[in-house]
Design a protein around this ligand. Sequence first.
Ligand code: IMP
Length: 427
Amino acid sequence: MPAIVIVGAQWGDEGKGKATDHLGSQVDYVVKFNGGNNAGHTVVIGDQKFALHLLPSGILTPGCTPVIGNGVVVDIDVLFEEIEGLEARGVDTSGLKLSANAHVIADYNRTIDKVTERFLGSRRIGTTGRGIGPTYADKMNRIGIRVQDLFDEKILTAKVEGALELKGQILTKIYNRRAPSVEQTVEELLAHAERLSPYVCDTGLLLGQALDRDEVVLLEAGQATLLDVDHGTYPFVTSSSATSGGACTGSGIPPTRIDQVIAIAKAYTTRVGEGPFPTELHDDSGEFLRKAGWEYGTTTGRPRRCGWVDTVITRYAERVNGVTDFVLTKLDVLTGLEQVPVCVAYDVDGVRHDEMPVNQSDFHHATPIYEYLPGWWEDISDARDFADLPKNAQAYVERVEELSNARISVIGVGPEREQAVVRHALR
Ligand code: IMP
């Protein structure tokens, strides 16, 4: 039976790819259920580094079926770029399954994403510019193009016509841009249709049957809890459901079949794009984290904003997702600090908040209340047992665990697959 969900506990880039990959050999299916090529997983296997944007990281594990679920928005050109890139490096991608109900990112939505950001000026979200938001908006507006539409030119043309009736007006009348023609858009969308068809199926049925056979299904979130369109720091969020609830709607697996939720949290905090970030550091400490943790975006190359760990956020992530296990990544990055601050609560205009403020403007004005724990200098990259970690590193993990309301089962101590301390096996 088991369906396992993996989510990011903070603002993304927590190292989900590595954790998923860690479990990969024990799971039969890895499902991406939300987002699109705005995500970026870096997986290091031996001396090879793989940067994946759209494909589930399970694609690197032989015997594991990678699935792109109905909740994903798919840029077909990027899909084939990634498939070709992996095939060129000897990775077999033929087992990939793609939901017929997933939505497709049309070129006009990439344009709208970029021009909207420019139009918003100081109110911009800092999107990845990949057309994610406008494609989800089309889905909700019921003018989206789905993967299954690509296999009937007549239906596709009618749908593109319908979408462009609105989107064309937005482009020309609001943004003063040229709108693409229906023919041009249809041609672009059809370019890969034939090659796409072997991958396409009813992924909800496929996964339901796999669970009936007692196979293990891993549902991997793109982005993270605080970027979730409902539970994140709205409006500075992505446009999909990145929490464990989204795993159900984005895959067709019901909540009753999920029995484990693993949240990945970095041992500090990072964010890309705009929006509030209470523990953000604008000083040398922030630069230290960025350099030591190599905090530059996998998808956009943007330097990430860095700050100390925030347990108001990890507690919130535990509650929203129903976390059973945390994986704390990049503990090694904190090595060499005299003291390691842990944010335990916020001060908002003189009032202490132990939980995430419901009001976004309070979150914007939140000042972290820190506890300062003693640091460690020893190299921890070879630690494999909790006892191998210096006492101060152990105390740090234990305090973060206590404040986060769920056990920390795995601790990342370096970029390699095997560089991890396992306190409780994830399976
Ligand atoms: P969008 O998903 O491109 O619409 O961008 C919306 C917000 O989510 C922006 O602040 C992005 O920087 C952020 N975002 C999207 N994908 C990721 C990710 O994989 N990691 C971290 N931030 C992301």
